[in-house]
Design a protein around this ligand. Structure first.
Ligand code: HEM
Length: 485
């Protein structure tokens, strides 16, 4: 699809034959913000979008968080916005977030530097060397967490999954594995991210102030780590790439040396997309599986085949490709990402007047590129509110014909560099969790505002599965399958 751009500011509501999409600007000043928040807090978070889609079409005008905005729930329009990053659209974040991110954070920088850092980090996170090495770290973290459940009456999934992913993330980003350093990073990072959604007031005692102070402490520690690594630059440049962490990848780039502050700040900021997203994906997968016994049964079958193979061959050692080659497991992950994802939209700002699919986006306006409303639209997915991992089995189900209709990791130049890494982490967790435990989930609900969370952190009661039970399960499933043929 083509877009037309013009760098002159559009003062009128029309641009040739193109018009700003229809919609409402709501109340003076607050616009439609309260409706938007109310819908996010409800059990039907796309109701804000659905109501306006039925009145104005898939792309509409609104006024949110104090700014005029164009909301897109159209897969083609979203694709154009995501693919025209840099010269036409740039990321836009609320003020509290821009205060917390450095100006040169990968999340908000643009141009060649963003491409360079994205390329280095993406290449590193996607490399098979990293996946091979990190598989052991992830397994270790999963076992460590599961060991701590023995005496717990209730296991809070949303917390436990963070205990699993955080040590892996800091190991990958900066090679930290000392318990003391890990504790410090966890505590200060927890304080830091609390300020991502808050009032943009920087006075002592305010949330934003406390978060900025936590970032200062984090920066001090990360700078020390980066400095130490820089002293060993020669060794880093000659070391096997499978031993590197993200700091070393950025330091080792020979084309141009990146400043120390830049690397330290970026490593902290990369913890933001990495920290909450994967544990939430694990938690949500457990929530949906708890509510869908048929899917759990098939998932267990698939994972038991792998577990038995490993046991029979006396091959306790799994490799990353073992986990990633389980098709139904990947379908469960895709379906979870479709139904609820911590990143349910991205925000962009137009640098010039842009025409897309007959709609005008005036220079300076923001765009809310909604993913969730596309993932939950029956035009794209049959029975969208049903957790149905089988829909991904058929070619047609895969990305619902139109690849633009499935964008949990974004797209274009800013496509999440952590895609494979996240899927690997979740696959390892699911494999060991479901083949080691039966569980009963207590009642809980997904809350969508300000970010996706479980209202009660998803408490579950776990019972270890004995090896004899596993074989019994296998035989029962096997017999049921034969009967159903
Ligand atoms: C379930 C897990 C994850 C989801 C759903 C997710 C989603 C996303 C999305 C939608 C974007 C695009 C943002 C935009 O276009 O403005 C993004 C960017 C990014 N993600 Fe992820 N992410 C996940 C895990 C991770 C992990 C584990 C890491 C790192 C270890 C990571 C690192 C990044 C970085 C650095 C960017 C910025 C890329 C750029 O702007 O060039 N993500 N992620």
């Amino acid at each position: 699809m083509k877009i037309k751009t013009s760098s002159s500011s559009s003062s009128s509501e029309s641009h040739d034959s193109c018009k700003i999409p229809k919609g409402s600007s709501g109340w003076p000043f607050i616009g439609e913000t309260l409706h938007y928040i109310a819908s996010g807090c409800s059990s039907h978070p796309v109701s804000f979008m659905e109501k306006r889609k039925s009145l104005y079409g898939n792309v509409f005008k609104s006024h949110l968080l104090g700014i005029p905005i164009i909301v897109s729930t159209d897969p083609d329009v979203n694709k154009v916005v995501l693919q025209n990053n840099g010269s036409t659209f740039i990321p836009y974040y609320p003020k509290s977030i821009t205060e917390l991110l450095g100006k040169s954070s990968i999340l908000q920088m643009n141009g060649n530097l963003q491409k360079k850092v994205h390329g280095l980090i993406g290449g590193f996170l996607k490399s098979s060397q990293l996946k091979a090495r990190i598989t052991k770290e992830i397994e270790k973290s999963v076992f460590l967490s599961m060991d701590s459940w023995k005496d717990k009456e209730l296991v809070y999934m949303q917390e436990e999954t963070k205990n699993i992913t955080f040590p892996v993330l800091v190991k990958v980003l900066m090679g930290v594995d000392q318990a003391e350093d890990l504790e410090f990073l966890k505590k200060e990072f927890g304080e830091f991210i609390k300020g991502l959604v808050c009032l943009p007031i920087k006075l002592p005692g305010t949330r934003l102030y406390k978060s900025l102070k936590a970032k200062e402490k984090l920066l001090k520690m990360v700078k020390r780590i980066v400095e130490e690594k820089r002293l060993n630059l020669e060794r880093i440049r000659t070391q096997e790439s499978d031993q590197m962490d993200a700091v070393e990848v950025l330091l080792g780039d020979t084309a141009e040396s990146l400043p120390l502050d830049f690397i330290s700040g970026n490593v902290i900021e990369m913890m933001i997309p990495g920290e909450e997203s994967v544990p939430m994906l694990m938690t949500l997968a457990i929530k949906y599986l708890s509510d869908c016994p048929l899917a759990l049964k098939q998932l267990l079958e698939e994972n038991m085949v792998l577990k038995r193979q490993k046991n029979q061959l006396n091959e306790e050692d799994y490799v990353w490709t073992d986990y990633m080659s389980l098709p139904f497991t990947q379908n469960v992950i895709s379906e979870t990402l479709r139904m609820a994802n911590i990143v349910n939209a991205v925000w962009r700002k137009a640098l010039k007047d842009v025409e897309i699919k007959g709609y005008l986006v005036p220079k300076g306006w923001c765009m809310l590129v909604s993913f969730l409303s596309i993932h939950m639209d029956e035009e794209n997915y049959e029975n969208p509110y049903q957790f149905n991992p089988w829909r991904w089995q058929s070619k047609q189900g895969h990305a619902a014909v139109n690849y633009n209709s499935f964008t949990p990791f974004g797209g274009g130049q800013r496509l999440c560099p952590g895609v494979d890494f996240s899927r690997l982490e979740v696959s390892i967790f699911l494999h060991h969790f479901i083949t080691s435990y039966r569980w009963e989930a207590e009642e809980d609900f997904i809350v969508n505002f300000p970010t996706v969370k479980m209202k009660r952190k998803l408490p579950i009661r776990v019972t270890p599965i004995s090896p004899s039970q596993l074989n019994k399960n296998h035989n029962t499933h096997h017999n049921e399958r034969i009967q159903s043929l």
